[in-house]
Design a protein. Structure first.
Length: 251
């Protein structure tokens, strides 16, 4: 288990704080574009200057949780109109997105943390915008999957990401066994409420595999666990663990 480290609370630099000549050289945002903006997964310093500028200059911010994103914008020092966009209203919002973009509006889409579309809302609307002949542009940044993989100590030349497993036991095991047949590292996300269940399933399907668990990445209480499924079950047994896990299974 890696020792915990303190979170750095320094405020991110804003585009206005850049040298004048650099700020002038920044390209303007493109009207009628959907920007997929990555936001911090924990440490606020992990937001990019480009992400801040897009959020500030767009016409509207579409957010998975408008309250959460409102606090983020407040911390960055500005406000923007917010539009709720999440798993349960994706279909209903599609036409509104397309209408706004066709009118030349600039929409920035964010989720609560990380990169939109990666096990978060965003993929569906991005596909719809592209089908309509409109533009989608990514503003890269934090992603829990890549953050964990880079520091895992496991091979990074090939990996297979399967998001969240289904909730039903039969479907979970079928999906897991199919993934384990792939070469390279298997990467997935799991809820703290199902992490013990998942480790038990991995122990059944591949007891000899090394597994890396990462939680609260980039935060004050970032924590890592490494070992076989049986060893990890012993490490976390009886602990109250919060925050989603990134789970990496060695080849």
């Amino acid at each position: 288990m890696t020792p915990q480290h303190p979170q750095n609370n320094m405020e991110p630099q804003t585009p206005e704080q850049l040298p004048a000549e650099t700020a002038k050289a920044l390209p303007p945002l493109t009207p009628g574009t959907l920007y997929l903006v990555a936001t911090p997964i924990g440490n606020m310093e992990d937001i990019t200057l480009r992400a801040i500028r897009v959020l500030k200059e767009c016409d509207i911010v579409a957010a998975e949780d408008t309250r959460h994103t409102g606090l983020l914008l407040q911390r960055l020092g500005f406000r923007k109109p917010l539009l709720s966009y999440h798993t349960f209203n994706e279909a209903r919002r599609e036409e509104e997105f397309l209408s706004r973009l066709k009118d030349g509006q600039i929409i920035a889409l964010v989720t609560d943390a990380g990169t939109p579309g990666i096990s978060d809302p965003g993929q569906r609307i991005a596909a719809a915008v592209l089908r309509a002949g409109l533009k989608v542009e990514s503003v890269p940044g934090a992603c829990a999957l890549i953050t964990a993989l880079a520091s895992s100590g496991l091979p990074t030349d090939e990996f297979h990401f399967i998001g969240f497993l289904p909730h039903k036991s039969g479907q979970r095991m079928k999906c897991l066994q199919s993934a384990l047949a792939c070469p390279g590292v298997i990467a997935l996300y799991e809820s703290p409420y199902r992490i013990e269940k998942l480790l038990g399933e991995i122990q059944t399907a591949a007891p000899e595999r090394q597994v890396v668990l990462a939680r609260e990445l980039t935060k004050k209480f970032e924590e890592w666990f490494r070992g076989t499924p049986e060893e990890l079950l012993t490490q976390i047994k009886g602990r109250s663990l919060k925050g989603e896990f990134v789970v990496l299974i060695a080849p």
